[in-house]
Design a protein around this ligand. Sequence first.
Ligand code: EPZ
Length: 420
Amino acid sequence: MDSLLIEGGIPLRGTVKVSGAKNAVLPILCSSLLTEGTCTFSNVPALRDIDTTAALLRFMGATVELNAPIVTVNTGSVRVPEAPYDLVKQMRASVLVLGPLVARFGRARVSLPGGCAIGARPIDQHLKGLEAMGATITLDHGYVEATCDRLRGATIYFDMATVTGTENLMMAAALAKGRTQLIGAAREPEVEELARVLNKMGARVDGAGTDIIHIDGVDTLHPIEHAIIPDRIEAGTFLIAAAATGGDVLVENVVPEHIEAVCQKLRAAGVYVEREERGMRVRSAKSLRAVDITTAPHPGFPTDMQAQHMVLMAIAQGTSVITENIFENRFMHVSELQRMGAEIEIRGRSAIVTGVSKLEGARVMATDLRASACLVIAGLIAEGQTEISRVYHLDRGYEKIEQRLSALGAKIQRVTDRNA
Ligand code: EPZ
């Protein structure tokens, strides 16, 4: 397993370009199951989750050419509408093949994703929606089996905003007979991006980006070419890394509207964050103010930025309250930050952070994707050396992270443990 070694205390300076959005690519690659022919996607990052999705599509019989940033997919030869346990356990988002497989092939057999480090993360809303559209759902030895000759449009009320739930049902509805309404839909930019792709394929999706989405089913969809939107979470991570190190960075190729909630909190903390022609400029003085956050579905403060905000608050002046309302166990990074000298107390769904003057380098362990990003930022600001183990978590969602941080002046290197 690889580790990252970081010498802290160096302000980040320079320009960094944001990659394509991982959480847009995953559903979009799965949407290629809805059509014959070859789809071509560009601005696709080289990430482990993309490799896993390619392996899953190939397992089913699809042809996938992965040459980041270009990916081509042809699902004309898909014969096995199945997502096996050993792939789904690597990546929960594999469940996104469920809707397209039932819609295109009339059946799907997908391993239940099981919980993960940040919470139980069930898929009951996905299954409830498919049943409402006429699918027969059975659970068999840890697998979901879904069958339906032709899905029919339905009005589906979500019990909570679910990103992949909205995406799965939007894809299923694209080929259903009649109109589907998704009420209480997720409003994330990645949901809007998937709707753009589906409409390019010939679907009729309306209202994506709001909490009510209408889909009028069609009989067939056609293959397309598409460039993926930038990754707002990666962009936000670079903004916070630059602010936390007291640096001056231009984050290029970002959509400012996608990270407005994060930028507002940075400004409240005393950080300069403004649009420039080619992206967002972030500049920060050493003294940061404590700022509370509560995570919420888009356009609220994203849960995927909670850990990164926490490490910024760990060195801010004053006490901040960080409340995690989306997942029940997304404070795995707290104990690692405490080992680096952070003063944090967990009370139920909130973490009370009292800023300290500095963090100390230490050996820490990554537990999930965004927690590992938080630990990298902690290493960049800590005094001395930090070693982060299990960086395979980081490689799921951050492309060439050590090269890009080094280009901004960071002292960071990857160490491969040959014995592990
Ligand atoms: C997506 O996960 C993202 N992943 C996550 O990003 C992100 O943290 C999450 O949305 C919230 O924004 C992808 O897009 C691939 P949800 P998803 O369904 O869709 C509950 C990252 O770091 N729920 O919106 O799995 C669920 O337990 C990852 O890139 C149900 O109860 O999240 C959670 O508490 C981590 N039943 C809440 O809803 C369901 O059927 C939101 O989950 C579905 C969800």
